[in-house]
Ligand binder design. Structure first.
Ligand SMILES: NC(=O)c1ccc[n+]([C@@H]2O[C@H](COP(=O)([O-])OP(=O)(O)OC[C@H]3O[C@@H](n4cnc5c(N)ncnc54)[C@H](OP(=O)(O)O)[C@@H]3O)[C@@H](O)[C@H]2O)c1
Length: 281
């Protein structure tokens, strides 16, 4: 090994030392049977973007059951968002709902402000809101492509940037990717590219937040029974056949996987793309 390489390695080790010391302290607390992570949900708050329906709504309800106070977000479906809040409250949980277009950074800041005012801070952020526009490259229209980039890439960036600023130490951040980043289906080029961006966002952010015990991951569902999966029944059946369980996912299947990443024991899963697709592909 050259002197330059050795010096680079030593510098890397020195830079990592403070983060390792913090991780060691957290492990000791956990091993002692308590500590900061034992009850991640208790007294804590979560923001789930795009949680008026689909995977986001199921995630908001699941995190509420795990003890998080939840800020539910929507773009147009106010009534559905209000119903998610009522469902959470009926189960004994706490929640508010707020309209915010994730593509608008000011609206995202206001969403986090609303959560702050209601619940005093945020511990879990799920960047879930997205749209799917599909077409062959040759026919893809500019407006459809640009809106998808604005929502899925810039929108998730807006949410993750605010999450980086405000998530309390020991928290969790999850960005929704998609199994389409592996499948590379015809017509999915634009959409899959926006979902591949979530892998990069999560990996980079996990490193930027080093030393604060905040785990950041991308979670990649497979075909899931929501209105985003706008495909005819034969294609749904085909997707079901490509899954060992013989069915496509339900929103709750994906919400359970997100909740596992957000649980106390999920800490060590960090900077990954976790495929939650029942074995699809
Ligand atoms: N379903 C699948 O098969 C599948 C597979 C892989 C990955 N995913 C990913 O999983 C996530 C959730 O998908 P889903 O199937 O649950 O979608 P969905 O049923 O279409 O729900 C989308 C949600 O996002 C909200 N939304 C859309 N644009 C928004 C914006 N600009 N600002 C704020 N909220 C916005 C919608 O609000 P309104 O109700 O107000 O419109 C709704 O709550 C997405 O990231 C998607 O890419 C889904």
């Amino acid at each position: 090994m050259s002197d330059t390489s050795r010096r680079s390695l030593l510098a890397l080790a020195a830079a990592a030392a403070p983060a390792l010391a913090v991780a060691g302290a957290a492990t000791a607390q956990t091993a002692a049977g308590g500590g900061v992570h034992a009850q991640l949900g208790a007294g804590r708050a979560a923001i789930v973007t795009g949680s008026s329906r689909g995977i986001g709504a199921a995630t908001a309800k699941r995190l509420a059951r795990d003890g998080f106070a939840v800020t539910v977000n929507y773009l147009t479906n106010r009534d559905l968002a209000a119903q998610v809040v009522r469902d959470i409250e009926a189960g004994g949980g706490r929640a508010i709902f707020r309209q915010a277009d994730v593509a608008d950074p000011d609206a995202v800041r206001a969403l986090f402000d609303a959560n702050q005012e209601a619940f005093g801070g945020v511990d879990v952020v799920v960047s879930n809101a997205a749209i799917m526009n599909t077409a062959p490259f040759a026919q893809f229209e500019d407006a459809a492509f640009d809106r998808m980039i604005a929502t899925n890439i810039k929108g998730s960036f807006n949410v993750l940037r605010e999450a980086a600023r405000r998530t309390r130490d020991g928290g969790r951040i999850v960005a929704l990717a998609s199994t389409s980043i592996k499948a590379k289906r015809a017509t999915h080029g634009g959409y899959a590219a926006t979902k591949a961006a979530q892998e990069i966002f999560a990996g980079v952010l996990s490193k930027e937040l080093a030393g604060r015990r905040i785990s950041v991951n991308a979670l990649a569902p497979g075909p899931t029974n929501t209105s985003l999966l706008d495909v005819p029944p034969p294609l749904r059946a085909q997707a079901a056949q490509m899954t060992p369980y013989g069915r496509i996912g339900e929103p709750e299947d994906v919400a359970n996987a997100i909740a596992a990443l957000c649980a106390a024991d999920g800490e060590w899963i960090n900077g990954q793309v976790v495929f939650a697709n029942g074995g699809f592909l």
